[in-house]
Design a protein. Structure first.
Ligand code: EPS
Length: 384
């Protein structure tokens, strides 16, 4: 059984839901495995008013008993605490309500293409699902994936490396210990001086009624070698990670390891030479491959970067066209964030975690956690 997840839920509907299927029975889960990441997703300098309304926590509806998975679909629900403010009219579930349609699409959002595709002149029918609020459910699924990976020594961290013009200088790859205080940084940046500049960039964008994007990096420490496969393009982990990252709202580019820089340097500088000693086994002194060769993990940390475009809801809106009248008018204003890159980094962790957990289950299978443990132990012995 492959490991999969599906989310459901609208931004201002009753709740967000994640259904995770294909987990082995007997995996121990703690509330914090999921709720701590949900809380981390809500943080970051530059978030809007909504985060003051919500306190994202899951209620488990199926698949868990006495803190252990049953092997059945795991359903997690995150209520939208804002829903009661919308349930009477704009987001009433059953009763028709007399609400004016929003006919002004925002440039950069799913609005216009969604209205054309799904045949509606009310932008709300599109934006409610396109909203990045949905990522709360993905983070819940990612929290479960992380708990599974942690059991086998894989730890996932993230940090923000650019907000608008302010970027950390490319230096040594951070170690696991370097991430200790990253959640205390208002922008989840490892360099406190750069964090101040990033905060200033967000503040300046806000003062200009504008928004700002950035770049974050996700690192997996201790990946088991041999996850993914070279044998078909759609099984290469690079491609699967790219899909998962680019499937996050507002993500426009992904790099693995040295990424686009590899187009500038020569082969002799681009690859990670292979060494061996009794203590470390096979190892590398560099990690330009970002832990992946031939679409497979090779044991070095997995390093994935992604760029998030500036949020497309502007409080000084860009030009648009009213779909009801075809008149040129400014796009609709909506409550939003100035910058959500620190939150996107947490969502990126979840995306990477789920892909890696899928590759783990694909390789080792097992209906129970004991069967999975045994298969991984055998593999480790074989590697030794
Ligand atoms: C978000 C909730 C949303 C937005 C944001 C992310 O809440 P609301 O629309 O009620 O303010 O803050 O969504 C978007 C950036 C977007 O474009 O829709 C969240 O929970 O992360």
């Amino acid at each position: 059984m492959a490991l999969t997840y599906r989310t459901a839920g609208e931004s201002h509907g009753p709740a967000l839901i994640a259904v995770v299927e294909g987990l082995p029975a007997g995996l121990e889960l703690r509330r914090e495995d999921v709720d701590d990441d949900l809380a981390r997703r809500q943080l970051g300098y530059g978030r809007g008013g909504r985060m003051k309304i919500e306190t994202d926590r899951v209620t488990v509806k199926s698949g868990l008993r006495h803190g252990r998975t049953l092997g059945s679909p795991l359903t997690m629900e995150i209520p939208n605490l804002d829903f009661p403010n919308w349930s009477e009219d704009r987001m009433a579930v059953w009763d028709p309500a007399d609400v004016d349609p929003i006919t002004l699409p925002r440039p950069g959002h799913a609005d216009l293409a969604g209205m054309q595709k799904y045949e509606t002149t009310d932008r709300r029918n599109i934006l409610e699902r396109a909203s990045a609020r949905e990522t709360a459910a993905r983070v819940a699924a990612g929290g479960v994936a992380k708990a599974l990976l942690r059991r086998y020594g894989m730890e996932i961290r993230s940090h923000v490396v650019r907000i608008g013009p302010s970027a950390v200088v490319d230096g040594a790859e951070p170690s696991l210990e370097d991430f200790e205080g990253v959640d205390e940084s208002p922008v989840r940046c490892l360099d406190p001086e750069m964090a101040k500049k990033m905060v200033a960039a967000i503040k300046a964008a806000g003062q200009d009624h504008d928004t700002v994007g950035g770049v974050f990096e996700v690192i997996v420490f201790g990946p088991l070698p041999g996850l993914g496969s070279h044998v078909s393009g759609d099984r290469r982990l690079d491609g699967l990670l790219g899909q998962a990252m680019l499937g996050i709202q507002a993500i426009k580019g992904v790099e693995i390891g040295a990424g686009f820089e590899l187009g500038r340097i020569r082969g002799s500088e681009a690859h990670d030479e292979i060494f061996y000693d009794d203590e470390q086994g096979y190892h590398r002194r560099t990690n330009r491959s970002g832990g992946l060769e031939g679409g497979m993990t090779h044991g070095a940390p997995l390093v994935v970067k992604a760029v998030m475009k500036p949020i497309s809801t502007l409080s000084r809106p860009l030009a648009s066209v009213d779909v009801a009248t075809k008149e040129e008018r400014a796009a609709f204003k909506e409550r939003s964030d100035i910058c959500a890159v620190p939150a996107a980094a947490v969502i990126g962790e979840a995306a990477v975690a789920f892909v890696l957990a899928q590759a783990l289950i694909e390789k080792f299978g097992g209906d129970s956690i004991a069967q999975l443990d045994a298969a991984i132990d055998r593999y480790r012995d074989q590697l030794d």
